[in-house]
Design a protein around this ligand. Sequence first.
Ligand code: SAM
Length: 267
Amino acid sequence: MAKIVAKKSLGQNFLQDTSVIENIVMQSGVNKDTDVLEIGPGLGAVTDLLVERARKVVAVEIDDRLYHNLVKKHGDRDNFSILNQDILETDLSKIVTDNMIVVANLPYYITTPIITMLVENPCGLKSLTVMVQLEVAKRICADHTQKDYGAISVFSNYHCDTELLFTVPPEAFDPVPKVTSAVMKLTFRKEKAVSPRDEKHFFSVVKAAFSNRRKTLANCLMQNFKLGREEVNALLSSCGLSETVRGEKLSLEEFRTLSDKMLSCKK
Ligand code: SAM
């Protein structure tokens, strides 16, 4: 078969480094009792190990050249199946089984939409062990003491226990990307990290708090919720927060308190 040329437009950077591949699969915790959803199997560098170690592997690949290549390679295995489609158009509820994890070297041009979709609606998935750009991994795994903390950190840590596992240099891929990568693991929590009275309101407060990093939390709240200065200062004081605090300093628990107090004040 002729060499498959990587398509930049589909985020195709194929993993070459066998120690990185082994490390991803090992850290995912896959074993003979686990099913795996692999997003973007590409040439099958990770898939080859997964089919040896997992109970079952379901791969979703958008590129039909790569799809046909993998059907040829692993199509006769009982524990392997592959769908030739866009992961963002895939109905996960038809794929996810009782003990399924995601293992993937994600296409970077759609990392955030994929993670958001999986975290918001996991359909019973247990964890995601995924390679992403280092910058994205830092933002997703950050807490309020770190500079990369933002709305996506709150969102991810609300639903999952997050862990940045290790970084991967550009030379581990072909073609070589411009950025450094990292593997992170998101394990779905049995219970959310905090329990706000109204989840939708909680996330609207978080979104408002990070809407302008140059502004104080008070100013962001005034602007986004059409509140007066005195009202906001009283609210912050009732939460034990300073009038000059910035949104990026609040822990998930502090956001929960703020969100709940705002709802109480509305009454
Ligand atoms: N897993 C392979 C590896 O590690 O060498 C390939 C990883 S490459 C970074 C990303 C893969 O995702 C490519 O195979 C690409 O074709 C596939 N892909 C891109 N967009 C996709 C989408 N929307 N749905 C499913 N697969 C997609």
